[in-house]
Design a protein around this ligand. Structure first.
Ligand code: MG
Ligand code: MG
Length: 268
């Protein structure tokens, strides 16, 4: 569709906030449930039940044929993993991406959880990826350009830490459609790309690999994995562009609160 970048009204932004609150609460519930031995399928069932009980619809289910409510991407899986019956193990890193459609608007956020005794080198990947999200958000203010966000994420993760920034997948505008304009790459140049304006709503989502930036798609047609099968991390917030500081629509604090209370998950 040839739609341009859509500026949202304050009423629309409050609806986006509601959808994102269900997303964040779903991810928080995942933070309560995650432990060695649990399966992605079980998490997905609970997430779908929770979303529907709260009046939402899972955005991802049926999206271009995707078969589940959550994307669950473990270790070398970057994004778009399909929840399955394999048990999650101690030492795994589990990226969960969740979308909720409600009142005509999509919420979208993601978080990578460290299960049990995760290697310190991988913990560092998680910390750096999570920090890069906030460095990107700092640049997400009216008058800047999309490239300012992209550059901040790429400079910190790739230049300063030597990680690989996935090129094939990017952040995006979010609203009545799950993926709207503009694309928000995690790599790029300062001062380039569309100008950010007050009332734009975008999902910023660094997908950062420990090793190579290169990825492959598994035979299931969905799961994106690192080519070298080293770990990958993914954190995502939906935000509103404002004059001096972006307004977060999704809420990671409630996810981190559940992690704090779950001895099976290592804090960042
Ligand atoms: Mg997402
Ligand atoms: Mg997204």
């Amino acid at each position: 569709m040839a739609k341009g970048i859509i500026i949202k009204t304050d009423e629309e932004i409050e609806l986006l906030r509601k959808s994102n609150l269900i997303v964040s609460k779903t991810l928080s519930l995942m933070g309560e449930m995650l432990k060695p031995g649990i399966t992605g399928k079980k998490l997905d069932e609970k997430a779908e039940e929770f979303i529907r009980d709260n009046g939402g619809v899972p955005s991802f289910k049926g999206y271009q044929g995707f078969p589940a409510s959550l994307c669950i991407s473990i270790n070398e899986a970057v994004v778009h993993g399909i929840p399955n019956n394999l048990e999650i193990k101690d030492g795994d890193v589990v990226s969960i991406d969740c979308g909720v459609y409600m009142n005509g608007f999509h919420g979208d956020a993601a978080y990578t959880f460290a299960i049990g005794d995760v290697d310190e080198k991988i913990m560092k990947l998680l910390r750096v990826t999570n920090k890069s999200l906030y460095l990107g958000i700092e640049r997400a203010v009216a008058g800047n350009r999309v490239g300012d966000i992209s550059y901040a994420i790429q400079y910190f993760t790739e230049k300063q830490h030597g990680y690989g920034v996935v090129r094939e997948l990017v952040g995006h505008g979010v609203g009545r459609d799950l993926h709207e304009k503009p694309e928000v790459p995690n790599f790029g140049r300062r001062g380039r790309g569309p100008v950010l304006k007050d009332g734009m709503t975008i999902a910023i989502e660094p997908m950062i690999n420990m090793g190579t930036k290169r990825v492959s798609v598994l035979d299931d047609g969905w799961t994106i994995v690192t080519r070298d099968r080293k770990a990958s991390a993914h954190y995502e917030h939906s935000v509103v562009i404002r004059k001096n500081k972006a307004d977060l629509l999704s809420n990671h604090e409630i996810i981190e609160e559940s992690i704090k209370n779950n001895a099976n998950i290592k804090q960042l």
